[in-house]
Design a binder for this molecule. Structure first.
Ligand SMILES: [Ca+2]
Length: 264
């Protein structure tokens, strides 16, 4: 875990000191601010849920979970954390993220390029779609579906065809930032959990530059899990009520958070 965190920490720390040279190096990019969120409210969360995707659509919370044999698409009651409906990801695949589009949820799986379409809220499987490479998470900006795959490159898909229309290379301090995982589009930025770290990065969707880092360390400490896989993952935005929710894999709680106004 330490090794996984180091690249981001090093990147955030800015360029290493170098001996004075005759030719000055180009100005380094300004490091993004690191922001501690305010905890607004804690809700129960199913500790068996290996959270891969989280979203709110039409006031309803949906969650997808991973691991073979434990991969589900769920409708969840926010107040109690109870599963209201559940669909099983087919064929023992490792489920990853979900996105709501129209009257559907669409989901991806880790390996094999198999995505699925589900009705909502009934969660009946409607069909399948394909993509290249791995699938980690999705969100949408109202025009395109955005797909992460663990690399620094986000794919923007045409929701009608699910084909790639553009890509976005994400950088922090001028360096590529890999392990982009769960996504949420919030007020004109793409938020992404960085896998195996307590950080969410806020990405400018025009440039790919990380504009801010949300540090969930206090919430990680609060849940106190020691399993190295029980990382922060899952971001949902209630667009109607401007509420932001985060959780983690097997976390017993799901949190509404806010950022200090100055950070937004
Ligand atoms: Ca999300």
């Amino acid at each position: 875990m330490i090794r996984a965190i180091l690249p981001l920490v090093l990147a955030l720390a800015g360029p290493a000191a170098v001996p004075q040279q005759a030719t000055p190096a180009p100005a380094a990019p300004t490091p993004p601010p690191i922001e501690k969120p305010v905890l607004v409210h804690a809700f129960p969360h199913d500790p068996t849920a290996f959270t891969e995707g989280l979203l709110i659509a039409d006031g309803t919370l949906y969650e997808s979970t991973g691991r073979e044999g434990e991969s589900f698409i769920r409708q969840v009651d926010l107040a109690t954390g109870k599963t209201l409906r559940r669909a099983t990801v087919p064929d023992g695949l490792f489920g990853e993220g979900i996105v709501a589009w129209g009257a559907e949820l669409r989901s991806v799986t880790w390996h094999g390029g198999r995505g699925f379409r589900w009705s909502r809220p009934a969660l009946k499987k409607l069909g399948e779609w394909r993509y290249d490479g791995e699938g980690w998470a999705m969100t949408d900006d109202g025009h395109h579906i955005i797909l992460s795959d663990g690399t620094p490159r986000l794919r923007f898909l045409d929701p009608a065809t699910m084909k790639v229309v553009r890509t976005l290379d994400v950088t922090v301090n001028g360096r590529p930032l890999r392990n982009l995982n769960e996504l949420e589009y919030i007020d004109g930025q793409v938020w992404a959990n960085v896998w195996m770290t307590p950080y969410i990065v806020r990405i400018d969707p025009a440039t790919g530059v990380v504009a801010g880092v949300v540090d969930l360390s206090d919430l990680v400490a609060r849940v106190g899990l020691t399993d190295r896989d029980s990382v922060a993952n899952g971001i949902a935005y209630d667009r109607a009520r401007h509420r932001i929710f985060v959780t983690g894999k097997n976390w017993p709680e799901l949190f509404e958070i806010s950022l200090p106004r100055a950070a937004r």
